[in-house]
Design a protein around this ligand. Structure first.
Ligand SMILES: C[S@@+](CC[C@H](N)C(=O)[O-])C[C@H]1O[C@@H](n2cnc3c(N)ncnc32)[C@H](O)[C@@H]1O
Length: 484
């Protein structure tokens, strides 16, 4: 390692910067954020620096630095636009001040790293000056991994530091305790917005650590929506909880590309339901979640789409609430939204639909359990979940109740996934067209004139698993409504 990473306390310390442009502005900005007294040497200030000119800790000097300026200075940054910082370098070296000349690694006593700022949590990344761009790329990835509220979490935990230090005497006691706090319910409650609950939990965990009481640890349940299939559509919070869980209870709609993002050593329990074949009854799933949490496990209940939209998530957390098991719910992109977007069909549009109805198409022997009056309203889109097996009765229902036979329909099979298929027809032609299609589901049915917009707005296609971002007009015939 060529450089020792340290974090400098610059509060009220004299800091020198040369240059009037962007490089100098970045250094100045960061030093001021840390409470430094910045003296900037430049003939003119660029626009970025002008905005800092009124800062009480900022002094602009229209001359080069001299020996006297070096007195009591802690660090010096050379950021001159013309790249000539030889004079600053000589002064800094003579007065033994830490110096950094932008983009000249051999003239740097220290490196200015890329940082992820979750103040007071700071992550600094350096490539030893070899590749600042790579450092920035890594920074972007870390930005995604660390929730924006981590800074608040660090501040929250910091409030209890002295108390815990006072009560826990040995280093190993403290280590064990802080590990429990940072990976357990205290952190999760805080990140889920329940500061009062996190405080209560912290107090009780500290008490247990002090008395050495071995309390049975109550686990928790994360009810997480995994979206319709494309792993890129997971939320940051979903991904974090997927990495944390001890056991994952998942259903059929969760593909391997999403399951591969779950913590590697987490136990997997499949409770999927195949259509018309209920593998594990809902009541049993709910009780399983309760039992696993009571065993002290962090349980990830991973569901396709959004857990609260035709996902029975409400029932599962009712069972948890009744047993006072801590839980949190993470929304996911629901199939109607994900699939229609990947099919190039906006669910609402000023010229087509001012409303959108989400419904399911359950029913037996042609008797669909749907509210036809609601579905037939004009200027709306109807998004139908679980409708593939009843598609014939659905189309017939629309026509016999007076819908325009040319009303466009899209069936989106395995939406957002690499093997997505979209069939376009009208309520009167769909059934005939479906005879030639090999759709396996899951499938969304979208009914309404917004479907016609796909002709212009299609952007996602799959060919041998490859995604193409552009619409190829030669395909238009394939999915134009047959009647048009
Ligand atoms: C039990 S519901 C669950 C819905 C889920 N909670 C949601 O918010 O998307 C299952 C139905 O969602 C629809 N669905 C889910 N994922 C889909 C996908 N990738 N493509 C098309 N339809 C999908 C299908 O209609 C499927 O039958």
């Amino acid at each position: 390692m060529d450089h020792l990473p340290i974090f400098l306390d610059l509060k009220d310390k004299k800091t020198l910067v040369t240059g009037g442009g962007m490089t100098a502005a970045r250094r100045t900005e960061r030093a001021l954020e840390c409470g430094a007294k910045v003296f900037l040497f430049a003939d003119e200030l660029g626009t970025e620096l002008e905005t800092l000119a009124n800062h009480p800790d900022f002094t602009h000097l229209r001359r080069p630095p001299d020996d006297e300026d070096m007195i009591d200075a802690v660090v010096a940054w050379g950021g001159s636009e013309d790249g000539d910082d030889q004079h600053l370098l000589e002064l800094a070296r003579r007065h033994k001040i830490l110096v950094n000349i932008a983009d000249v690694i051999e003239d740097c006593d220290f490196i200015t790293p890329s940082i992820v700022d979750r103040d007071p949590l700071i992550v600094a990344i350096s490539t030893g000056g070899a590749s600042p761009i790579l450092a920035r790329t890594i920074r972007a990835r870390l930005e995604v991994l660390l929730p924006a509220t981590y800074g608040d979490l660090v501040r929250f935990v910091g409030r209890f530091r002295d108390k815990a230090m006072g009560k826990l005497k040995t280093g190993s006691e403290r280590l064990r305790f802080w590990e429990t706090v940072s990976t357990g319910p205290v952190t999760e409650l805080f990140l889920a917005g329940d500061e009062a609950g996190a405080t209560k939990q912290f107090e009780s965990e500290l008490e247990a650590a002090v008395t050495g009481a071995t309390r049975p640890r109550l686990g928790e349940v994360y009810l997480v929506g995994a979206g319709p299939g494309d792993p890129d559509l997971l939320t940051f919070r979903a991904l974090r909880l997927m990495q944390l869980a001890d056991v994952v209870v998942h259903d059929r709609l969760i593909g391997e590309s999403i399951m591969s993002l779950v913590r590697r050593d987490a136990d997997r329990i499949y409770v999927g339901k195949m259509p018309k074949q209920h593998v594990v009854p809902q009541e049993e799933i709910s009780q399983m979640l309760v039992r696993l949490a009571k065993e002290g496990k962090r349980v990830l209940r991973l569901k396709g789409g959004d857990p609260f939209i035709f996902g029975r998530g409400g029932e599962e957390i009712e069972a948890l609430a009744a047993e006072r098991i801590p839980f949190q719910v993470v929304p996911g992109i629901t199939a109607a939204s994900g699939c229609s977007t990947y099919a190039g069909i906006p669910l609402t549009h000023r010229d087509h639909a001012q409303a959108c109805v989400f419904t399911t198409a359950h029913g037996r022997d042609g008797m669909l359990d749907v509210d036809w009056e609601v579905l037939l309203r004009p200027n709306q889109t109807v998004a139908i979940y679980m409708g593939l097996s009843n598609i014939q009765h659905l189309c017939k229902g629309f026509i016999t109740r007076g819908a325009d036979p040319d009303l466009p329909v899209a069936v989106i099979d395995k939406g957002t996934r690499a093997d997505q298929q979209v069939v376009i027809a009208t309520v009167s032609t769909l059934c005939e067209k479906m005879k030639d299609e090999q759709l396996e589901g899951p499938a969304m049915i979208v009914i309404g004139t917004v479907v016609n917009l796909r002709q212009k707005l299609s952007w996602y296609k799959t060919k041998s698993g490859i995604m193409h971002a552009n619409y190829d007009s030669s395909d238009a015939r394939e999915w134009l409504p047959e009647q048009s």
